[in-house]
Design a protein around this ligand. Structure first.
Ligand SMILES: N[C@@H](CCC[C@H](N)C(=O)O)C(=O)O
Length: 272
């Protein structure tokens, strides 16, 4: 029997199981991840953050001493990036005193990401360069069809603009799909966004590998980028999600995401 310690945290109610694995000793397969993320028979979470030194990540070729965020979706699939997860990861590193409060860099599958942790308050993270595609894509759901904007934030997104009633009335217990199917060969996250006023959005999200979640940091950034491109708005964008509120600012093509992150519990689980 293998024994693991874990912490639990969330960023705007996008929740994560955090597993410390400084020396890269834990081989967490999809079966372990999906079992612990189950909200009835496991601990329950939208995803897992494995905290490991970059030198123990075979595909990492950069600075070996950085902390690497090994993110997995609730179904055990691997994703390149997680915006809310990155803030929770940073909060955990600071709480454990593995890095000092302030400005530091985290290694991720999407590359290096800068983090700014203010004393006691919000956390800002760079999510790197955001790319908007002009290739047409449509999202379909329960017989309805909308044009979407494909946005890359390190991970893939399809952003759909809808009116407020459509967004709040959607049944996201079932996955939407997209056409052409080959546009996202590895799947995508899908955001349904309505515009309150320029720079203020409401968003719901169906996440690849996790289903509907109460927030998605990269989805918020993708929505803000698509909104800027569609409207010409240039200032910060505030995005309201089911779990709270996040702010996106752009420095050229580089996006910065700011919001809360808390780590609130610690425990143990066993795996045969
Ligand atoms: N919740 C995350 C995104 C997690 C990864 C996503 N489901 C994917 O598969 O790309 C966020 O806060 O960005």
């Amino acid at each position: 029997m293998r024994r693991f310690t874990f912490s639990k945290g969330h960023g705007t109610r996008n929740d994560f199981i955090i597993i410390d694995d400084q020396h890269g000793m834990h081989d967490l397969g999809p079966d372990v991840i999906s079992a612990i993320c189950d909200r009835r028979s496991g601990i329950g979470a939208d995803g897992v953050l494995r905290v490991v030194r970059a030198q123990h990540v075979p595909e990492w070729t950069g600075d070996p001493d950085l902390w690497f965020m090994d993110y997995r979706n609730a179904d055990g699939s691997i994703a390149e990036m997680c915006g809310n997860g990155l803030r929770v990861f940073a909060r955990h590193l600071v709480n454990e005193q593995w890095v000092p409060t302030g400005d530091f860099t985290v290694a991720t599958r999407a590359g290096l990401r800068r983090v700014l942790v203010a004393r006691g308050g919000l956390i800002s993270t760079s999510l790197g360069a955001v790319t908007i595609s002009d290739e047409p894509v449509e999202v379909t759901h329960f017989g309805r069809r909308w044009p979407a904007t494909a946005v890359d934030v390190g991970n893939p997104h399809a952003v759909v603009f809808v009116d407020d009633d459509t967004r709040s009335g959607l049944d996201l217990t079932k996955a939407p799909s997209w056409e052409p199917a080959q546009r996202f060969p590895h799947g995508t996250n899908i955001e349904f966004v309505s515009v309150r006023e320029p720079g203020v959005l409401d968003m719901r999200v169906y996440e690849r590998g996790s289903g509907e979640t109460e927030s998605c940091g990269t989805g918020v950034v993708a929505s803000a980028a698509a909104h800027r491109a569609a409207s010409g708005h240039t200032g910060p964008v505030v995005v309201h999600v089911r779990g709270g509120e996040l702010t996106v600012e752009f420095d050229g093509r580089e996006a910065w995401l700011t919001g809360p992150a808390v780590v609130f519990a610690r425990g143990e689980f066993w795996w045969l």
